[in-house]
Design a protein around this ligand. Structure first.
Ligand SMILES: [Zn+2]
Length: 417
């Protein structure tokens, strides 16, 4: 590797064709930039450190200097080669910046400090986020599965103090420690298990997420930032062009507002997993946790939910309401009955199952864990919105199998620039 690095450096340094005369147009202002000799700089590459001497041009008008060769090699403004930048992106998408730095050293013999992993990965994530907004190529009709699912979910990510100052939250004193990441997942489930139930198709899941608002003012012409994100992802996947398409989510009102606005023809299904978790939470409030009585009560309600017997669940809740005196418990029961009432048409599980539809978003739930939790919610982590969104973009791009496409477009832009 060291030998290859030396050969490559010798080869590049012997080629002085990047000195293209005494003047070149400034890359920033377009004015004349004067040739100011060859400058040496050490770059971190997959082969090890590489010291290159490159023609340097300086523009007096805007005091900007640069090397045309750096732009051609794709190392403009940094000291990492594109291959190392890509490795940093892969590592930082999976593990913490410090672990990423250690991995790069162990696996590739490349020394990149944790702080530089962070800076590089965040810059890359921002470039990916911008690319995601720009590149919305509708799915080809032939690629669209007969039934597509779109899952919406939210999950809290721990924030730095300054990022949540003055925001209302769930802490005892009314303050917030987290911000909500909103996630959109699209998948197909044409496969069937032994019982004929739908099975998610391997490799069909794509993710798009960010800390951004899903609330739209009535007067707004365009949807909220998150609604626009969901529409971009739906377009890329051909979600609303699928013969059958269903939105899955928990009972949160923002999800159904968004789904109704953006996809009026879509089926709406409350994720069975979430509905059950909701009933289990009620059992915990009623019986205290953990308790055998509470578990048995929740289990019976889960079975009724699977059987589509919502009225039985309401009857059980009503019976509880009559015997309980604690206002907090009564309030919880009232809220749960309201939840079942509002979402009743989205909980017709026997009918959905008969139609061969997914009713549980193990996928979405796993999505929040896979895409967000395992990377952003680890012990001791505190994020800025800017940093979190960059890493979320990077991670969603990787997990959706779009990293390769991103690098191809980036290389293309380097060539045409
Ligand atoms: Zn200039």
């Amino acid at each position: 590797m060291a030998l290859a690095a030396r050969c490559l450096a010798d080869h590049l340094n012997a080629d002085t064709s990047d000195a293209a005369g005494p003047w070149l147009p400034c890359s920033r202002c377009g004015g004349p930039a004067r040739y100011a000799g060859r400058h040496a700089k050490t770059f971190t590459t997959a082969l090890g450190d590489l010291t290159l001497t490159r023609a340097y041009y300086h523009c007096a008008a805007c005091d900007h200097g640069g090397c045309p060769r750096d732009r051609a090699l794709g190392v403009d403004g940094g000291s990492l080669s594109p291959a190392v930048t890509r490795m940093v992106g892969t590592a930082a998408a999976l593990v913490s910046f410090a672990e990423g730095s250690a991995l790069l050293g162990d696996l590739a013999g490349v020394a990149v400090e944790a702080k530089q992993v962070e800076r590089t990965a965040e810059a890359l994530g921002r470039a990916i986020a911008a690319d995601e907004q720009r590149e919305v190529v509708p799915a080809a009709a032939a690629e669209i599965a007969p039934t597509l699912y779109l899952g919406l979910d939210g999950t809290g990510v721990p924030m730095r103090k300054a990022e949540v100052a003055g925001r209302a939250g769930k802490q005892a004193d009314g303050s917030a420690k987290t911000r909500e990441v909103k996630l959109c997942t699209v998948w197909s489930a044409e496969g069937r298990d032994a019982d004929g139930g739908p099975v998610r198709d391997a490799g069909s899941v794509s993710y798009s997420a960010a800390i951004e608002s899903a609330a739209t003012r009535d007067t707004a012409v365009t949807g909220s930032a998150f609604a626009q994100r969901v529409e971009r992802e739906a377009t890329r996947r051909g979600f609303d062009r699928a013969r059958r398409h269903a939105v899955l989510g928990d009972g949160a009102p923002w999800i159904w507002n968004l789904a109704g606005e953006a996809f009026p023809a879509a089926l709406q299904i409350v994720d069975r997993f979430h509905a059950k978790a909701h009933l289990s939470d009620v059992a915990k409030v009623l019986y205290g946790a953990p308790s055998d009585l509470g578990d048995a009560w929740a289990k019976a309600r889960h079975a009724e939910l699977d059987a589509g017997q919502l009225h039985q669940i309401v009857a059980a809740l009503t019976a509880q309401y009559r015997t309980r005196r604690d206002p907090a418990k009564r309030e919880e029961i009232r809220k749960c009955i309201g939840y079942l009432w509002v979402n009743r048409r989205r909980m017709r599980y026997p009918a959905f199952r008969a139609a061969g539809l997914c009713t549980s978003t193990a996928v979405v739930e796993a999505g929040c864990k896979v895409a967000i939790g395992t990377r952003l919610k680890r012990a001791g982590m505190h994020w800025s919105v800017r940093g979190a969104n960059a890493i979320i973009a990077l991670r969603c791009c990787k997990l959706s199998g779009r990293f390769e496409d991103f690098w191809e477009r980036r290389a293309q832009r380097c060539v045409t620039a």
